[in-house]
Design a protein around this ligand. Structure first.
Ligand SMILES: [Zn+2]
Length: 778
């Protein structure tokens, strides 16, 4: 054997080892991407310190009591915020008003507003916003107390700094949880709202992880340029932004964006079990996440406050942070030309190597087929495995949240599933698709996908464009008469794979936190996309290596599945969310226990405590969310009262004025009009004028009006219906307590089962006919 060939082989082997090492490092970096270290208590005063912010947070939610809209604890929280701002030397203003959202949910919100003047007058203000209300079961430390504390830390810094060009308005609002009420009140009524040009919104959907900038105003390209220059630990990408836009989630930023504000939306999303739950406590709030969110907020507020804000240029950008070091961004309009150019280069490579006889058409067909098979089979295998696990009840079938306490074995399982497919496909390709055909196929297919995305979803196109571009350039250097062992050949395989793995893993790894188990088949498909470029090497490798990959991955998948089955789905630090309610149907004189279980699995102990239905089912019309139900002893609770105060004919309609009241003092009232009712709007008649409200529409067509924080005197509504209609409405009142007879049921809730959001509630329902003959005569 020639010594030169030996040396070549040695180098090639060295590259393979180094390449695997680099791939492992990329994976590790993607998997362990973390928020920066919190700055200490004695950090320089002009810098953001999460340790200081956490100390403020402790002051704010010291007692760990939940503080939903309209409660005394909520007023206390507001008072502490106002006090803190006054201690800093500000004169905070309170803005109070009745506000209703497009879902028909109303409440009286009180916002805390501070305006810090700019050097150049009152116009073009920058808004910094977080909400101080929580859900009824949650101390709301991370959502969104930590962001409120971050704003107070930023307020201190802004006070110590020279004024920015533009004013900065601090908005600490409430009613975000029940439906973005405070933000709507601010935009509707606050005199400063009209001067605001840009907003920075801070929220959380978990208690840890990096603070992602996941949404921008409409001048996306311009904003990205600002963000890129301002932020020292960037965490963002345009795929996230695209995914968020497709999800039904909302934050206050939705309201600001609708008001035409530019700006940024920040949140962290790891530890989603803490979100809206009793364990969203001060101890569990991650200081690193607060540091990341706070310093990014400070940096972007200052950047916005010191830049011209009139008519920023419109236009979308493609963007992503590179391992958190810097942000790469370019106009989305460049995607199609860039992707087309890459495809052209890939075709030139293909023609050159085919004409030199290095890649016969038959081999190329095999290589392309193999690549596509690896990706498609991985996606199918991922979906099939997810379906099987749900069917076997190994993972919850919950539509909303499907996260489990120990997801790592499951994530590894879906990742390794792609390598089983890769091993199998490479076995098929051996001696059928040569090395050159394989390299051409990988370049061509990545470029083709880049063109496809450039046409369909340009901002996501970079995940294929980058590996395609690298493949195009490295393939240019591959010699038609060379083998797979040359350094050039090895680089033509490994460089695109590194780039692909880095981009895809960095972008898609956080998707599990965002989407729950829906992300698992995606992880499998993405792993296949990132590693399909290895097929030309695997196809030509020794059969032992392919078999090793196949059976090694298979063993890993079996181990991962075994661990997932053995490990409990929930734990005390990752509890299952179960609300236990008492519902009284005052029409039928019957009562029910309702177990509202997000995961679809009723814990055995709770099932034992009452004769619950086998499956979740809806209770009445208008209650579209199904729950496990059991008969309960009827209690003599006063039903919510509806009084028809007046009925006046207006043309062919009747104009009704009704009073709604909860005699038992429940703080929430809901009025449901049956589906296909002619009523789509009611007017709330308040002491300070009236407010028209569009009714919300429930999935079964029910039109609903919901009032949170109802005064004890009740509320008055007015609406019109055709005079000849026979309308029967359902009125509910809801309180955050349970009758004493619930003790047995509550005792069945183990420490790994927890209430969430509004928690356990008592609901009383009564139907009321609406007719002119029902008018009270007094
Ligand atoms: Zn929130």
């Amino acid at each position: 054997m020639e010594p030169k060939a030996d040396a070549q082989r040695l180098i090639a082997r060295g590259i393979a080892v180094a390449a695997l090492g680099i791939l492992a490092l990329i994976g590790l970096r993607a998997l362990t991407a973390a928020a920066p270290r919190p700055e200490p208590l004695d950090a320089p005063p002009q810098e953001f310190s999460a340790t200081r912010a956490k100390a403020v947070l402790r002051e704010l939610i010291d007692d760990g009591v939940a503080h939903p809209l309209g409660t005394a604890a909520d007023a206390m929280m507001r008072e502490r915020i106002v006090q803190h701002l006054q201690n800093l030397g500000f004169a905070p203003e309170l803005q109070t008003g009745l506000v209703c959202n497009p879902g028909g949910v109303c409440g009286v919100a009180t916002n805390v507003v501070v305006r810090i003047p700019g050097r150049q007058g009152d116009h073009d203000a920058v808004l910094l916003c977080a909400h101080y209300d929580s859900w009824a079961v949650s101390p709301g430390a991370s959502d969104d107390g930590a962001s409120v504390a971050a704003i107070l830390e930023i307020a201190r810094i802004l006070r110590a700094r020279p004024a920015a060009q533009h004013p900065v308005v601090l908005l600490i609002d409430e009613g975000e949880e029940v439906g973005l009420l405070g933000a709507q009140l601010f935009v509707r009524e606050d005199p400063w709202a009209r001067q605001v040009r840009a907003a920075v919104n801070l929220d959380a959907r978990g208690n840890s992880g990096q603070s992602f900038m996941f949404e921008t105003g409409s001048a996306n390209g311009w904003l990205l340029d600002l963000y890129r220059r301002a932020v020292s630990h960037p965490a963002t990408n345009s795929v996230q932004y695209l995914v968020y836009k497709l999800l039904p989630n909302d934050t206050d930023f939705t309201v600001f964006k609708a008001a035409g504000y530019q700006g940024f939306n920040f949140a962290y999303i790891d530890g989603v079990a803490h979100h809206h739950s009793a364990i969203d406590s001060w101890e569990n709030a991650d200081a690193g996440s607060i540091q990341h969110q706070g310093e990014n907020a400070l940096a972007t507020v200052l950047a916005l406050a010191n830049t011209p804000l009139q008519q920023p240029p419109a236009g979308e950008a493609v963007f992503f942070d590179v391992f958190g070091f810097f942000v790469a961004a370019w106009p989305a309009a460049w995607m199609l030309p860039l992707a087309s150019l890459t495809l052209l280069l890939a075709l030139i490579n293909a023609i050159r190597l085919m004409r030199a006889g290095a890649a016969p058409i038959r081999q190329l067909a095999w290589a392309i087929g193999g690549w596509l098979a690896a990706v498609l089979l991985s996606a199918i295998a991922g979906l099939a495995l997810l379906w099987l696990l749900r069917y076997l009840n190994t993972i919850p079938i919950g539509a909303g949240s499907s996260w489990i306490a120990y997801p790592v074995p499951l994530e590894c399982t879906f990742l390794l599933l792609a390598f089983i497919v890769l091993g199998g496909v490479s076995q098929l390709l051996a001696r059928r698709a040569g090395f050159h055909a394989g390299v051409i196929a990988n370049g061509l297919l990545n470029a083709a996908l880049a063109v496809l995305l450039a046409l369909k979803a340009a901002v996501a196109g970079f995940v294929f464009l980058l590996p395609a571009a690298v493949a195009a350039v490295t393939t240019l250097l591959v010699r038609a008469d060379g083998g797979a062992d040359s350094v050039r050949a090895r680089l033509a395989v490994w460089l695109p794979v590194w780039v692909s793995a880095a981009v895809l893993l960095l972008v898609f790894w956080p998707l599990y936190s965002a989407l729950g188990d829906h992300a698992l088949p995606m992880l499998c498909a993405v792993t296949a996309l990132a590693t399909a470029g290895l097929l030309p090497l695997l196809g030509g490798a020794a059969a032992d290596i392919r078999r090793g990959l196949l059976f090694g991955s298979l063993a890993g998948v079996i181990g991962g599945l075994g661990a997932t089955i053995i490990l409990p789905a929930y734990s005390t630090s990752w509890p299952q969310m179960v609300n236990l309610d008492y519902w009284l149907d005052a029409d039928a004189g019957r009562s029910y226990w309702l177990a509202r279980v997000d995961s679809g699995r009723l814990p055995a102990a709770i099932r034992k405590a009452a004769p619950f239905s086998a499956r979740p089912q809806p209770l009445y019309w208008g209650v579209s969310r199904a729950a496990f139900m059991a008969e309960a002893p009827p209690l003599a609770l006063a039903a919510p009262a509806l009084t028809v105060a007046s009925a006046e004919p207006v043309g062919a309609d009747m104009l009704y004025r009704i009073q709604l009241r909860s005699p038992r003092g429940a703080p929430e009232l809901r009025l449901d009009f049956p589906a296909r009712t002619a009523v789509d709007q009611v007017t709330v008649l308040g002491a300070n004028g009236s407010l028209p409200v569009r009714l919300g529409t429930l999935p079964d067509g029910t039109r609903s009006f919901d009032m949170v924080g109802v005064p004890s005197a009740g509320i008055e509504l007015q609406f019109r219906v055709p005079a000849d209609s026979h309308l029967v409405v359902q009125l509910y009142d809801q309180s955050s307590d349970l009758p004493v007879t619930a003790a047995l049921l509550l005792a069945a809730r183990s420490p790994s089962v927890s209430p969430w959001r509004e928690g356990d509630v008592t609901v009383v329902k009564k139907s009321w006919p609406i007719a002119a003959s029902a008018v009270l005569i007094n």
